[in-house]
Structures are given as C-alpha cells and as structure tokens.
Design a protein around this ligand. Structure first.
Ligand code: ARG
Length: 590
C-alpha cells in the first residue's frame, strides 16, 4: 500500500509541474515543526537557484495549484518559501479504513517469498545461558518476527557451539573423575546406557572446573585437545558421551528459551557440518582459493579498497584441525544446499565482526554463497551494568539468565499483587512474567543493536516512560475501556465504525496509525527492531494524550463515542502487533 508521504509528495509534485517547475521539487517530509503543520515541502527553496526566482514566489504559485485539493485541509506558503501542509481528516480516515482491509496493515510485501536464514542464539553446550546470550536471543527473535511479517520465509537456526575444545575438556575431566565409565573402555563393543552418567548441575560444574584446570595445567590441556580430536574422529565411547552431554544441555536450553518466548526452526550446531568439512576443504584447494601459509591452510580475503589490513581466513590449523570459521563456512554450504536462501543474517556480539567479514568474503570468493546472496552481520554491543562495565551480579559473577529472570519475575509479582488485591496467584504469576519479559526485551530492543546499553532494571520495569511495561499498561487500559463499553452499551467494539477525527489529539493519533507500515518496513530493511520500539512508543504517547483529554465512556453523542471506540480498537490492534514483533505480549490486566 502506498505510504501517506508518497501520496502527498505525488500531489505536491503534480502541483510543481502544473506551475511550470520540475516535479522532483515536490518531495515532502514529516514536519519538523509539528506545532505549525503535519507535513512540509521545501522544494521551492531548492528551486530558487534553478529558476532564478525568490522561493516564496514559487511556493505561492504551487500553493495556488493545490488550493481546493481534497487531500489537504490546509496548504500554506510561508516565507521564505516553505509549504506547510495538513491532511484533510477525511483523507486520513479513508486511509486508515483501507489499511485495515489490507494484509499486514498495508506493509508492502515482496511479490514472492524470499527465504532468509537467521542465525541467532548461539549458545554453547554444557555452559549455562548467561546474560551475554540474552541479546542474541532477544534481537534475533524480534528480527525473525519482523522479517516474517515483512513477507519473508525465515528459518531460524540456533547454531549451537557443540563441537570444539569445550567438549574435549568435559570428557577429559569426566574421565579423571570417573575413569571406570564404560565410555572410556576402547575395547568395549556393546551398546551404551541410555541414562547420562551425570546430571545437568554436575555438567555445569564440570565445564568451568575443566576450563580452569586447562589454563593452569599444560598436560591436562594436551589431553583435552587429544580427546577433542578423538571425539571428532568418531571414537564410539566419546561420541556416546557427547550425545549425553548434548541431550542434557539442549533439553535445558530449550526450556530456557521457551521461558524467554524465543524459538528456533533448526537446532543445528557446529557438529552438524563436521562430515562435510573435508569435501569443502578439497573444493577450496582444487578451486585454487586456499593456499598454505606457515603450515596452515588459508584463503586470502583482503581487498584493495580495505582501509585496514584484513588477515586471511584460516581454514585448517597446521595440525589439520578445523576452526570456528571452518564450521561457519561449512554451515553456509549446508544452508545454501538445503534452503537456497537469498540472505543469511547473523546476530552475535559485535566483537566477532572480523570473523564474519572473513567468513563472508571467503564464502563469496569460493562460491559457497552466490554473488547475490546477502550475508550480513548484525553485531550487538555489550550489556553493561549501571557502572558502565559489563553487567555482573552483586558478588561480581556472570549472572545466569535463569536466575536473573526469576528475580525480575518475583519483583513484578509483588508489584502486581500489591496493585490488584483480587488477582489470583496463577494470573499474577503469568502477568508478572509478561511484564518482566516486556521490561527486559524492550530495554534491550529500544536501543540500536550495535550500541552498548545499560541494563537498568529499575528503569526498565517502570510503568512510565519509554519502557515495555508502559506499553503493556497502555494496552491494558485500552482493553479495559473496550470491555466497559460493551458492558455499558451492549454493542460490540469490533463493529464500531471510524468517523473523521474531531480534536487535534484525535487527529494526531489517526496520523500516527497511518505510519505503521513505514516503521515495519524500515525495521526489516535496516535490521533494527528499535524502529518498531520508537514507533509503538510514539503511538502509545499519542493515544494517552488523546485519552487524557477525551471523555470516552461518558460521551453522550453515540456516533462520536462509536468512532472513539473504533479508534481505540485499531490502536490496540496495531500496538499488539507491534509488541508481538518485539517478542512479548500483554496481559488482560496488571
Ligand atoms: N557460539 C558462539 C559464541 O558463543 C556464537 C555463535 C554465533 N553464530 C555463528 N554462526 N558463528 O560466541
């Protein structure tokens, strides 16, 4: 559906043309002086030079051509040569009604459905999720929803870290603790037990212990490296043990992501592509892309236009071992083979930027990806504490995500119980979690992904200001008015018809509603959920301004009241769609 701004620009361009000027001068923008007008055109200023004429003269002539145009309620030429425009209320009403009949409130959908693989989450097996993984999950889930809404087929892949040295470390430590386990008996040929020989909490304790040891004990580290190789080479016992580690860990990861309202279509990991690495490496050698450098196999990725020197991408280390980049490249091959995506986007810490530049260039150079395959890295900044340093618990540790969320849930539970004496425990718990998620997610998403941000939970959970709970509160307020309307009048709010706006605030809310598709399209194009946040926040503010000066339920003019109700219901739908794109939802009351 054509955007309001484009429709206005078209009309104004026609007027420029009719007055004898270049139509390109008619491009309009949202007014930067909302106290004076809604939209503006500065074309006469730009045309002054070209036509050797005072800008206000041009503006006057164009203004003349627009007089009587039904799209506008006001067209004014003001010195030194601006055109100030206000839309007619009827035009706005008609536009909104049309928008409601369109798919996705008028978002322009691509003719076909492009496939995008979205790589986010990126947890590592046997390590509990910590706050560092929060951003990837939160941003990735929102991008998945936004891209889907914008008409793409999106395949979300968690890309588990399940294959590297960390596995060798765990196995080595386990062997030290329980050497008699059948998994370590190379002569054993029978089948292995179904039960894992450890619990989740044991596993979570084993990894850091082993990791610590490997930093102090060279010998231990050497054994861990050897175990990693043995595992990757297919040792039966080690593979069986690895399956146990994977199962225990993934079961827990799934539970945690579910609690965050985050889901994946694929649970592929680094291990998934292990078997296709040799073939890929051969291809790179035979194609003349990879060469040996100091014993390692590398692909040069530097380009002349680089301002900084870009080191080559290492495919195999001198001992023949594959690296992080190798698994990422093989994963591109597999994704291309199975999904033929137009694009692959990665959501990971921005400190991995060099890695992804190397991987993307190698993928294009070696033709693992097509020249037109859009490979993009969405690098996010650090989540800091109030002290401006990476977020830590009070005792200085890296907080576990599970614990952090449980704490916020509890705080919200207390607040909700306090505010609603009659609310039952189950509903209060569910609502508390919804509010907590809105606080955490919105606190993150309202920032541009690449920026660091301060995780300030007191601010994020506030019911006022630019926060998730404020949005929920606004939605709950609308729902409550709609319910009261039905109870009072016996009429269905879903059937209420929208009339033209009367007051200024009502008009402002109307105008804001027409801008939804722009917000979605720009968020999808720039891969920036913060665009949706800014839009929904502005919409909530416009709604609240309207609400505070309007008597809705007490309105006696039925036709007027019905139109208010229609406006509320549309606002509700747009707001609920918006927060769904951000990855959270609203309760019935709070
Ligand atoms: N597991 C990695 C980490 O914790 C993140 C993975 C990001 N995705 C990728 N395809 N490399 O740092």
């Amino acid at each position: 559906m054509e955007k309001v701004l484009d429709l206005i620009s078209k009309e104004v361009s026609d007027a420029f043309e009719a007055a004898g000027y270049d139509r390109s001068l008619g491009k309009c923008g949202i007014s930067n002086r909302p106290d004076l007008c809604e939209y503006q055109c500065n074309g006469a200023m730009a045309g002054a030079k070209q036509y050797h004429k005072a800008p206000f003269m041009i503006a006057d002539e164009v203004c003349e051509k627009l007089s009587g145009n039904e799209m506008f309620e006001k067209v004014e030429s003001v010195k030194p040569g601006f055109l100030n425009l206000n839309l007619s209320k009827d035009f706005v009403r008609t536009y909104i009604v049309r928008m409601l009949h369109e798919k996705k409130f008028g978002v322009t959908l691509p003719g076909h459905e492009p496939t995008i693989v979205l790589d986010y989450g990126g947890p590592n097996v046997a390590k509990p999720l910590h706050v560092g993984h929060l951003r990837s999950a939160v941003i990735g889930e929102s991008l998945k929803r936004i891209l889907k809404y914008a008409g793409n087929k999106v395949v979300g892949d968690v890309h588990l870290g399940d294959w590297g040295l960390q596995m060798g470390l765990i196995i080595t430590e386990l062997k030290e603790r329980k050497p008699d386990l059948v998994y370590f008996d190379d002569s054993y040929t029978g089948s292995y037990p179904k039960e894992a020989p450890f619990t989740l909490s044991e596993l979570e304790e084993i990894y850091p212990a082993a990791s610590g040891k490997s930093k102090e004990d060279e010998n231990f580290k050497a054994r861990a490296l050897e175990a990693t190789k043995k595992l990757q080479d297919g040792n039966r016992g080690y593979r069986a043990l690895w399956h146990h580690i994977l199962n225990v860990s993934v079961t827990d990861l799934k539970k945690n992501y579910k609690n965050l309202n985050v889901s994946f279509d694929l649970w592929w990991g680094e291990s998934t592509v292990h078997d296709i690495i040799p073939g890929m490496v051969d291809m790179m050698k035979q194609g003349g892309y990879a060469h040996e450098s100091q014993g390692a196999l590398v692909v040069d990725v530097a380009e002349e236009s680089d301002s900084k020197e870009l080191p080559p991408c290492i495919i195999l280390k001198s001992d023949g071992a594959a690296l992080y980049a190798t698994t990422d490249l093989a994963t591109i091959q597999k994704r291309m083979d199975e999904y033929h995506p137009q694009a692959i986007y990665y959501v990971a810490d921005k400190r991995q930027s060099l890695h992804f530049t190397q991987v993307f260039r190698t993928a294009h150079k070696t033709k693992l990806a097509m020249p037109e395959t859009d490979l993009q890295f969405v690098g996010f900044g650090t989540m800091n504490g109030k002290d401006g340093k990476p977020f830590k618990t009070r005792d200085g540790g890296v907080p576990r995500l599970e614990k952090l969320i449980a704490e916020i849930d509890e705080q919200m539970y207390a607040r909700i119980k306090e505010g609603n004496a009659e609310i039952g425990d189950d509903e209060a718990k569910k609502t508390a979690h919804q509010v907590a998620l809105s606080a955490i997610k919105y606190g993150d998403l309202s920032n541009q992904p690449s920026k660091d941000y301060i995780f300030d939970i007191d601010k994020f959970t506030s019911f006022e200001g630019d926060t998730g709970p404020y949005l929920l509160y606004t939605i709950v307020r609308i729902k409550s008015i709609l319910a009261k309307y039905e109870a009072k009048t016996g009429k269905k709010y879903k059937e209420a018809k929208l009339d033209v706006a009367q007051s200024d605030n009502e008009k402002k809310l109307n105008l804001q509603l027409t801008r939804f598709s722009e917000a979605v399209e720009s968020a999808a194009k720039e891969l920036m959920p913060n665009r949706i946040c800014a839009y929904i926040y502005a919409l909530a503010n416009d709604f609240n301004s309207f609400y505070h000066e309007t008597r809705i339920l007490a309105e006696e003019d039925e036709r007027k009241q019905e139109s208010y109700i229609a406006l509320l219901y549309i606002t509700l739908r747009v707001m609920e769609t918006g927060i769904d794109l951000l990855g959270f939802d609203a309760p019935e009351r709070m």
